[in-house]
Design a protein around this ligand. Structure first.
Ligand code: HPA
Length: 270
């Protein structure tokens, strides 16, 4: 694994002059952030050694290097989901490569179903914590001390410092910004009414099929993490609307200007 990470990082270093300290993983329907990146250099996943290929609809599969909010950034346009069949090491491989390139701060975005009864579709939720319900932890197996400790603490998975800055930005811009706990599930099924209810009872505010593996690996590698969910549908005992991938994408697209504005401004201010 160390050799693969080195190979991929070396390849990217040979393509890109100025390596960023900031990386962004763009979730479903949140690709518009790319339009705000200047001096873009696209590297398709197909050209990157050891990179898995993105298969899900609505994800293009490029690493994008450029400038956002006055800083060098790299963005993943399309992420690897566990439900697509990748194993946890493949899902999180890009985060290992980011670290090897010198990335210190990771921004993650996703679409999620809301269980919190105060949420409405289109809300943006800063992830304050998560519950890992994936069947496997990405750190299972041999630990490479070069990458991080065997038993990493998860006391502050999402940076309190960055959350505080985001809150300030949201209040300056009058964006309704919710806080909540993200429940990470393997998917690909959306939840049954009883499952949404169960996730709410155990402390979840939103549920989705990504993010948790990448955040675990980023924290293992001691990166600072900021995560945000767009609430694209609501679930629970009393909710009868049927979520679909198309509706999730549409709702994310409508909400994305809020996410774009928060992430862009956050990058400017840190
Ligand atoms: N459940 C799981 N994943 C999701 C949902 C949901 O309701 N909405 C968007 N991604």
């Amino acid at each position: 694994m160390l050799e693969k990470i080195r190979q991929t990082a070396d390849y990217l270093k040979s393509c890109v002059d100025d390596m960023p300290r900031i990386a962004i993983i763009l979730g479903t329907g949140l690709g518009a952030l790319v339009d705000h990146i200047d001096n873009k250099q696209y590297i398709p996943y197909t050209e990157i050694p050891n990179f898995p290929l993105s298969t899900v609809e609505g994800h293009s599969g490029n690493l994008i290097f450029g400038t956002l909010g006055g800083k060098r950034v790299m963005a993943m346009q399309g992420r690897f989901h566990y439900y697509e069949g990748y194993d946890m090491k493949q899902v999180t491989f890009p985060v290992r490569v980011m670290k090897a390139l010198g990335v210190e701060t990771l921004f993650v975005s996703n679409a999620a179903g809301g269980m919190n009864k105060d949420f409405i579709v289109g809300d943006v939720m800063v992830i304050t914590d998560h519950i890992n319900l994936f069947p496997e932890n990405p750190l299972r197996g041999k630990n490479y001390n070069e990458l991080g400790p065997r038993f990493p603490a998860m006391t502050e998975p999402y940076s309190k410092r960055l959350i505080a800055v985001a809150d300030k930005i949201a209040s300056d811009k009058q964006i309704r910004l919710m806080h909540g706990v993200y429940v990470g599930t393997p998917g690909p099924t959306f939840e049954t009414p009883a499952e949404y209810e169960y996730f709410r009872i155990i402390g979840g505010d939103a549920v989705g099929m990504s993010t948790v593996p990448e955040v675990i690996v980023a924290r293992h590698a001691d990166m600072e993490v900021f995560g945000v969910s767009v609430i694209t549908d609501l679930g629970g005992k009393d909710i009868t609307e049927v979520p679909s991938h198309e509706d999730v994408q549409k709702a994310a697209v409508v909400a994305q200007p809020k996410v774009v504005s928060i992430i862009k401004e956050l990058i400017e201010r840190i």
